[in-house]
Design a binder for this molecule. Structure first.
Ligand SMILES: [Mg+2]
Ligand SMILES: [Zn+2]
Length: 255
């Protein structure tokens, strides 16, 4: 694609005036976080290569994560080095989460990346922030190489989503399943923090009482603008500090 086509095809929203207007508070709410480019100010898969072996961050465009992890291992990078890289990742500060809000992490990254980062930020055991973490399984082998699996395994029944979720998982189905599992929580509102094209599916399942906090200039904003059909309220943000202000307004964080 030539540069002009790229420039026209990419969504560039003018930064709108900051909108931290108060939003009504509720007794019980669920805040759902996507991970890459939402809770984390980076893409986990890319970040480790960016820090450890930059030539791979270019190959990242075309190659599968499993291949890149094999390369990293072949080049002699250890589990400790990979975990160290993850610990340097900037994330939205959530130390001041309110206790009357439930948090769900819904991510197409993997449980090892997320586990290392949350642990380092003090958001895992013994005081886990997230009620549940829904993501892809991953495990280290004895040689210190990381292996990724799919939330929806390739050899079983596949999800039937037609909205464009990846084969790994349908985030809309996962959100519905979480709500069913936790029906006794009586959520009056769902707040969904996301950025990617695959966050569009769960957002379609939200109602007018719910709020989507959408990162500007990325796939989710583009799909909302182009495809519409969204019933929930939408607030846009760019930097982590803006997401923080919006969560404050929604009562998910305390000041
Ligand atoms: Mg994301
Ligand atoms: Zn879906």
């Amino acid at each position: 694609m030539d540069q002009k086509t790229l420039a026209v095809a990419s969504v560039v929203l003018e930064d709108p005036p900051l909108d931290f207007a108060p939003i009504s508070l509720v007794q019980s709410q669920l805040v759902v976080f996507d991970f890459d480019w939402s809770l984390a100010d980076q893409d986990t898969d890319r970040w480790v290569h960016e820090l450890l072996l930059p030539r791979l961050r270019i190959e990242f465009v075309e190659r599968k994560s499993a291949y890149l992890l094999r390369e990293l291992h072949k080049e002699g990078f250890t589990r400790e080095q990979l975990e160290d890289a993850l610990r340097q990742m900037p994330i939205v500060p959530l130390e001041k989460a309110t206790t009357d809000t439930d948090f769900l992490l819904l991510s197409n990254s993997n449980e090892v990346y997320i586990g290392v980062i949350l642990d380092h930020k003090g958001l895992a055991e013994p005081n886990p922030l997230f009620r549940e973490i829904v993501t892809n399984p991953a495990a280290w082998d004895a040689q210190g190489m990381l292996h990724l699996s799919r939330r929806v395994p390739p050899d079983g029944p596949q999800h039937s989503c037609k909205v464009g979720c990846s084969a790994n998982m349908c985030k809309g189905d996962e959100l519905d399943a979480y709500r069913k599992r936790n029906a006794d929580r009586g959520y009056q509102r769902i707040v969904y923090v996301g950025d990617g094209g695959n966050d569009y599916c769960p957002i379609l399942r939200l109602g007018p009482q719910d709020v989507a906090l959408v990162r500007r200039n990325r796939g989710l904003a583009k799909r909302i603008l182009e495809e519409g059909n969204v019933q929930c309220q939408v607030r846009y943000w760019t930097g982590a500090w803006e997401a923080e202000q919006l969560l404050l307004a929604l009562g998910g964080l305390r000041s």
